[in-house]
Design a protein around this ligand. Structure first.
Ligand code: CA
Length: 219
């Protein structure tokens, strides 16, 4: 039986989720605060985790961060009323697999969970490598030739997206949609941030492929 961990401190919503998910044939464990949620998540015996961000004791982001640091790759769907761009990016930065803003339709949640369950929990490399660069998405630590480089959240997200596919050309549209999560944003924002990264990592860190997009040099 598929086992789902729901970490949610709003009792009414948590109970409704349990009832609904059980009716869909899932086994459901509830955790009502961050500490309990973290303990349950670290046991690693769930197939998927539904994780609220704003929780007492430990935030959802802390839980996610600790899970990934412990190399627990259970898919995580972040659930939150906070829908600012930064929280989403931060959640995806520390290893969330999907994101749903409250209020949401239960059927949408179930569809997303089923999609995550189909994908399973492929082990992800703890540290990404491309050429002279390394990036640990969990700690957001970037290194160039072994030397630590300070990056902002957004710079880290952009670099991570490029480094997950070394040698591949990624278009500006694709980068904007994944890293900024707001299709309305100007494409210039991608250029600007590529510029920031080059300033910190050296001109050669990211190639411009004229008319197509950007890529980081492969291994
Ligand atoms: Ca909450």
């Amino acid at each position: 039986m598929v086992r789902i961990l729901v970490v949610e401190d709003e009792a009414v919503l948590a109970r409704a989720l349990r009832r609904g998910l059980q009716a869909e044939g899932f086994a459901v464990d509830l955790a009502a605060d961050g500490e309990t949620g973290l303990e349950a998540a670290l046991e690693g015996d769930h197939d998927v985790v539904v994780l609220d961000l704003m929780l007492p004791q430990r935030s959802g982001l802390e839980i996610l961060h600790e899970m990934r640091r412990a190399e627990i790759w259970t898919p995580v769907l972040v659930l939150s009323a906070k829908d600012s761009d930064d929280d989403v990016t931060r959640g995806l930065d520390v290893g969330a697999d999907d994101y749903l803003a409250k209020p949401f339709a239960f059927t949408v949640l179930v569809a997303r969970l089923r999609a995550l369950l189909r994908r399973g929990a492929p082990p992800r490399p703890a540290v990404l490598e491309a050429g002279r660069l390394t990036l640990d998405p969990a700690t957001r630590e970037a290194r160039l030739d072994g030397r630590a480089v300070e990056l902002t959240t957004r710079e880290t997200a952009l670099l991570e997206h490029l480094m997950r596919r070394p040698g591949e050309v990624l278009t500006k549209v694709e980068l904007r949609d994944h890293v900024w999560d707001a299709a309305g944003d100007d494409l210039n924002v991608v250029e600007v941030y590529v510029g920031y990264l080059r300033r910190k990592l050296g001109k050669g860190a990211i190639d411009t492929v004229r008319g197509s997009g950007y890529r980081v040099v492969g291994r």
